[in-house]
Design a protein around this ligand. Structure first.
Ligand SMILES: *[C@@H]1O[C@H](CO)[C@@H](O)[C@H](O)[C@H]1NC(C)=O
Ligand SMILES: *[C@@H]1O[C@H](CO)[C@@H](O)[C@H](O)[C@H]1NC(C)=O
Ligand SMILES: *[C@@H]1O[C@H](CO)[C@@H](O)[C@H](O)[C@H]1NC(C)=O
Ligand SMILES: *[C@@H]1O[C@H](CO)[C@@H](O)[C@H](O)[C@H]1NC(C)=O
Ligand SMILES: CC(=O)N[C@H]1CO[C@H](CO)[C@@H](O)[C@@H]1O
Length: 489
């Protein structure tokens, strides 16, 4: 869902924290974990799941196949005649916590809104097809998802006598983009949107992500990213010498002895370790909460600066072990072979069906967003664009040319940074690596950006806390005022 269940990948093991359940899912994928969101909403009484009969293919009138899509309703704040608020589901199970907590509900209370949340097709319990075969995944796209939202709203409005009510769409991260695009493509249905941390510009290569990681680490301590780079460079050197592999296996507590046969093996291993830093930066501070981790940029940079642990390489290994301890992971499985087996399992019970197989498919056929090491201004080495592109071929038989064309077409279809619409607000956080693909300056008075200095991915969506930065409170109030204005228009 929108900024929901957290996915942290530690050394080949992704921890997918679904609200109130902590499921450990083996072998999920990088792109996925570094796109999904921390859940900071607190536990409350679960809003009951409901099911909507949805079309499989909205773009073929001759195809009448149907399936059941999951949704949630909260009527607590609704006042007769009030607007409809819709939380858009994303690349993971719809998280019921959003029906009890979150900034959007404070807005709903003010506006007397009916609150709905629709789970994204192919995620959570919303299964349009019998399995996740590549052939079936062609029904997974943002366009089909927007059409699901449109059909759902139209039918719900008819059934509940809500036609002509103003609708406000909410979402964070990928669902933030969906919120913006929903207003763009269905202006007759959607009155306004709050598109938080929304990467509206698709791009195959996204090396800027790691540049923001450098800057975010440097804002804690200028030495920190330099030490990370030293450590990473040392590790890359050692990987070239098979005699060091036994030591590396021990240092990083690998589940089985390190096997480097191809560039994919080393890239996967290096990316997994870099992931410790990427995840913590993306969710800095947001990382405390229902799931209870206290690992922040400050903590990681503290370890990197601790010379009592040995050289920077030894400190880097200490970070990896700290992350494993924090998440009670016994050992690190950083093997591309295992990953490939998991990612190509097409069963709904498969190891990557929690969202990894689906989300990476969407990156290969719509968005790219590959967090490569292709920029010199970032700390890591060894997982270049080719490594990410090769995964599209390995998992789904999508070629580099097909990927490039698909990404170009996504921008052609939605407009990328040049989105033309109105009444969409784009909150962004300065230390969120995704802001590089978001709208960070007002496009027009009617398409404003809201800048939140010092916050990470999706911070403004979580329930307010007393220790929040004052600018985060201001951003929440600013969005609230905009919505009040817009609902009068
Ligand atoms: C492995 O680590 C030990 C102890 O730190 C060290 O003495 C040895 O030289 C290392 N082996 C290699 C091949 O680097
Ligand atoms: C995080 O919290 C745990 C348990 O409360 C504590 O044992 C640990 O020392 C803390 N770690 C850091 C880095 O603050
Ligand atoms: C896919 O995953 C399921 C559940 O873990 C497992 O039972 C099945 O054997 C796997 N299929 C293949 C082809 O590996
Ligand atoms: C992969 O795609 C190519 C061209 O798109 C096709 O010719 C080939 O049969 C596909 N391979 C598999 C295993 O599906
Ligand atoms: C980090 C970042 O790009 N923040 C931008 C968010 O939007 C405001 C405009 O309201 C920009 O000034 C910030 O630079």
């Amino acid at each position: 869902m929108a900024c929901e269940g957290r996915v942290l990948l530690l050394s080949g093991v992704t921890l997918f924290f679904v609200f109130s359940v902590c499921a450990v899912v083996q072998g999920q994928v990088k792109g996925f974990r570094r796109f999904s969101h921390v859940q900071r909403a607190q536990q409350g009484a679960a809003s009951e799941e409901q099911w909507f009969t949805q079309k499989l293919d909205h773009f073929n009138g001759a195809d009448s196949r149907e399936w059941k899509q999951r949704y949630f309703v909260n009527e607590n704040f609704y006042k007769p005649g009030g607007p409809v608020f819709l939380m858009i589901g994303g690349e993971g199970p719809a998280n019921q916590a959003w029906m009890q907590r979150g900034t959007w509900l404070t807005y709903a209370e003010k506006a007397g809104a009916l609150c709905l949340m629709l789970e994204h097709r192919f995620y959570g319990k919303s299964h349009p097809t019998v399995d996740l075969s590549t052939d079936n995944l062609r029904f997974l796209s943002s366009r089909q998802a927007l059409a699901d939202l449109a059909h759902f709203l139209t039918k719900i409005a008819e059934a509940r006598g809500l036609t002509n009510r103003k609708l406000v769409a909410f979402g964070g991260s990928y669902p933030g983009s969906l919120a913006a695009w929903f207003r763009l493509k269905y202006p007759h249905l959607v009155h306004a949107s709050v598109a938080t941390s929304a990467p509206v510009h698709a791009t195959v290569n996204f090396p800027e992500y790691l540049e923001v990681v450098w800057r975010s680490l440097a804002s804690e301590n200028t030495e920190c990213p330099i030490l990370v780079k030293k450590a990473s460079d040392t590790l890359v050197e050692r990987l070239k010498d098979p005699k060091t592999h036994d030591n590396i296996t021990k240092d990083f507590n690998l589940c089985s002895s390190l096997q480097i046969q191809t560039e994919m093996d080393s890239a996967y291993f290096l990316e997994t370790l870099a992931g410790n830093f990427m995840d913590v930066v993306q969710y800095n501070e947001d990382n405390r909460g229902a799931t209870g981790t206290n690992i922040t940029i400050k903590v990681l940079c503290g370890v990197m600066a601790d010379s009592s642990l040995g050289d920077p390489y030894a400190r880097y290994a200490a970070v990896a072990r700290l992350m494993m301890d924090t998440f009670s992971i016994k050992c690190l499985d950083a093997s591309y072979t295992t990953n490939l087996r998991d990612m190509t399992n097409t069963s709904w019970e498969g190891p990557a069906a929690g969202g990894g197989r689906q989300w990476v498919y969407q990156t290969c056929t719509e968005f790219g967003f590959y967090q490569s090491t292709d920029s010199p201004n970032q700390p890591f080495t060894g997982f270049p664009l080719e490594y990410h592109v090769k995964q599209c071929a390995d998992y789904y038989n999508v070629s580099a040319e097909q990927l490039a064309e698909a990404v170009a077409q996504t921008n052609e279809y939605y407009g990328g940074y040049d989105i033309r619409s109105s009444r969409i607000v784009f909150p962004n956080g300065s230390i969120d690596p995704w802001h590089a693909l978001g709208i960070t300056k007002d496009i027009t008075a009617n398409l404003p950006a809201v800048f939140i200095k010092g916050t990470a991915h999706c911070a403004n969506m979580y329930p307010a806390r007393s220790e929040d930065l004052p600018q985060l409170d201001l951003a929440r109030d600013h969005v609230s005022l905009l919505l009040q204005q817009w609902l009068k228009q």
